[in-house]
Design a binder for this molecule. Sequence first.
Ligand code: SF4
Ligand code: MSK
Length: 656
Amino acid sequence: NPMAKDKDKNRRSSDPASQEMMDYSVEQDYETAWDRYEAQQPQCDFGELGLCCKNCMLGPCRIDPFGDGPQKGVCGATADTIAARNLTRHAAVGASAHSDHGRDIVHTLLMAAQGDAEGYEIKYEEKLEKIADEFGIEREDKDIDEIAREVAEVAMADFGRQEGELRPAQRAPEAVKERWREQGVMPGGVDKDIVRSLHETHIGVNSDAESLIKTAIRASLGDGWGGSMYATDFTDVLFGGPEPIKAEANLGVINPDAVNVIVHGHEPTLSEMIVAAAQDPDIKEKVKEAGAEDIQLAGICCTANEILMRHGIPLAGNFLQQELALSTGAVDGMVVDVQCIFPTLGELAQCFSTRVMSTSPKAKFNGVEHVEFSEEEGLSAAKKILENAIESFKERNPEEARVPEHQDDLVAGYTVESIFDTLGGTYRPLFRPLNKAIMDGRIRGVAGVVGCNNVKQAHDSGHIEMVKELIRHDVLVVQTGCSAVACGKAGLMKPEAAMEHAGDGLREVCEAVGIAPVLHVGSCVDNSRILLACTEMVKEGGLGDDIASLPVAGAAPEWMSEKAITIALYVASSGIYTLCGESFPVMGSKKVREYLTDGMEEDFGGKLAFERDPVEGAHMMIDHIDGKRKELKLDDMMNEPVERAEKVEAAAAHSS
Ligand code: SF4
Ligand code: MSK
């Protein structure tokens, strides 16, 4: 691997703030993920190819990819069975992480409705009422808390559903649902489909690779159109629907003169309370007494995206910057909940006065103090966390603080609802302007570029290079997760980016409506917003009656987590071509590889592709988008802008 044994900071990250902190970390002897990656070389090829199995104690077994050694495990499982079973387990874990997060949000809504959750209230009544109507819940003569309670109970039952089809999955276009039913993957209970995936991978259960992959797809769809969708919906209901909002991104947002508190992880139930507690007069007074200028909140990973979208709280960075943020020595408190948190943070924090605080009973860390968070006492826990950070500020040695100056501006907060307003104007809440811009060729298509950072690539470069190439070719980009953070830091999420980077057609649209060519649509669970935006594009008409007929594509250029496997599976099986920058750990099985990258398209309308080079990957997506335009007979609109304008005019004259 070209990244192994390579301390060259430019090859480790393309982000200037991270490069600076990497140099500093080397100088100070602070360990980072890049060092540990280097120490892990060479990594196990059997694992990478998906050819090792330790599902029972007849093993562990491994299959020789070259055919000279064993081709079957002790039980007789082949490379196809082992790779498919491993994939199914990964997808089940990814789905469980997102969906357990979704369950927690539903639970918070239920507690808020019952008046049992301190500091929580229903902020987006219109959305709640819309969901109630969709679920067939009678609203007459009921107050908002009563409606919320009934909606939350119905949603909670979907997690444990034993019969029938998952409720939010009914939002998908008819053609998509038909396909899911035909393929036997229409999701039922969120939990049930995850449990079934695990059962099927036990020794001696399912050994048919294609059938196992479909089981993985069913559990993944239950995440994308279930657990994650509930997380997004009810986060909006509880904390408000995001609207476009300006903010800043990168380690430079850490303010050496303030009490710096970083929230890191995924669940907004805690971070929202931290935002509220930071406004508390008592806390403000304590900050003043400690001699700090203010309290500076910032975020890392998806929790960052959640509070950015609703409050404009700046982004400190993405996944691979969590240790670099601590290395500044200017972070007084880092609050973590679940997912994507390095177990090393407690150890690193010992070099400073920084207090890292875990909050979830599901995620405790060695050397990290635990401040248990519960919805019943959410605000009190948040205040305690801030008080701890204020105490650490008093102990901070300003001489040792090193904050890189880099940061950039961005606009975040786009949702299915707020894109309506931005693209159509409030007077015309439709996806018509977007579909029309695609039909007349000003926008070639739409790409969702999402996912993590991975030390196997130069941090952020996969996201930034791919996105630049896409917008240069008039593809509007929507982003979530750490990918969104990467492009926000690189200045691609501000309207001026259209002038500098977008193709003529896309620039024209961006300038007309005042948007950036790259739109921040939220956290990892908010990929469900992208599924619903595609559904709205189908509903709007003119681009076919199926998500699979839209000129759209998805990508996760630097993915690393099991959640990303789940996301890729539910996006592709919803009908979207999905490009992954790192391959799935299944390449040792020809059958699994070929099904995912080819056969799947016939069954689901979408498929996966694997390509590490981000520019090459962008062109594979553009080719796919162009293919869809051709099927829709829109291909001749994508010409030089002048020629295209003439064609659009001629077409308009013809139709009138
Ligand atoms: Fe080996 Fe089969 Fe057991 Fe896996 S399930 S460890 S292949 S014997
Ligand atoms: S946080 S899952 S590293 S996107 Fe959602 Fe980032 Fe990937 Fe975690």
